[in-house]
Design a protein around this ligand. Structure first.
Ligand code: PNS
Length: 161
């Protein structure tokens, strides 16, 4: 089995993430989507909610496994025999930090990082920007799967009370 991992916070998953996961799913037998838990960041969605949204939206691809992980990404890879990390690159601004992480991860464990150029349609897209626009009442429905958009709108309304 040829395995790869698409890691991230996925708070929440966007059409940009799905573009990368779908393309990875065509290159590998199994694509693991790792939801990395960052204790210093309070999310909009719980890790369980993020996983449920990823499972639902990635179901059509047929070869996706979704799991949470707290700790180093290289340990997630080592424990599952995953030799490759797939990352989307949106713009040059992503490159510096992504290169640092790729080099660090390779030095730690020999795992390779493969960069996939994001579709230009989503080159400006990030979960944090989507949350900010939605919080101010902006329409982000064209940037998210329908189920994610409706959960996001509902969550923002709940928080407003
Ligand atoms: O969606 P994000 O928040 O941009 O994803 C960043 C993520 C989660 C992929 C990155 O922070 C990560 O790999 N975290 C896991 C902890 C780790 O391995 N840190 C060392 C990276 S060299």
């Amino acid at each position: 089995m040829r395995r790869a991992v698409c890691p991230g916070s996925f708070d929440p998953i966007t059409n940009g993430h799905l573009d990368i996961i779908e393309r990875a799913s065509k290159l590998y037998d199994v694509v693991h989507v790792a939801v990395l838990i960052n204790r210093n960041k309070q999310g909009m969605f719980t890790v369980e909610e993020r996983i449920a949204l990823i499972e639902e939206t990635c179901a059509p691809y047929g070869n996706i496994e979704v799991e949470a992980h707290s700790g180093l990404l290289v340990d997630f890879c080592r424990e599952r025999g995953i030799p490759a990390i797939i990352k989307g690159l949106r713009a040059v601004s992503d490159f510096d930090y992504e290169l640092q992480m790729a080099q660090m991860n390779h030095g730690l464990s020999g795992v390779e990082t493969l960069f996939v150029p994001t579709s230009p349609t989503y080159s400006f897209l990030s979960s944090s920007l989507v949350k900010e626009v939605a919080a101010y009442g902006g329409d982000v429905s064209h940037l998210l799967p329908e189920v994610v958009n409706s959960r996001l709108v509902a969550r923002i309304a709940e928080r407003r009370g």
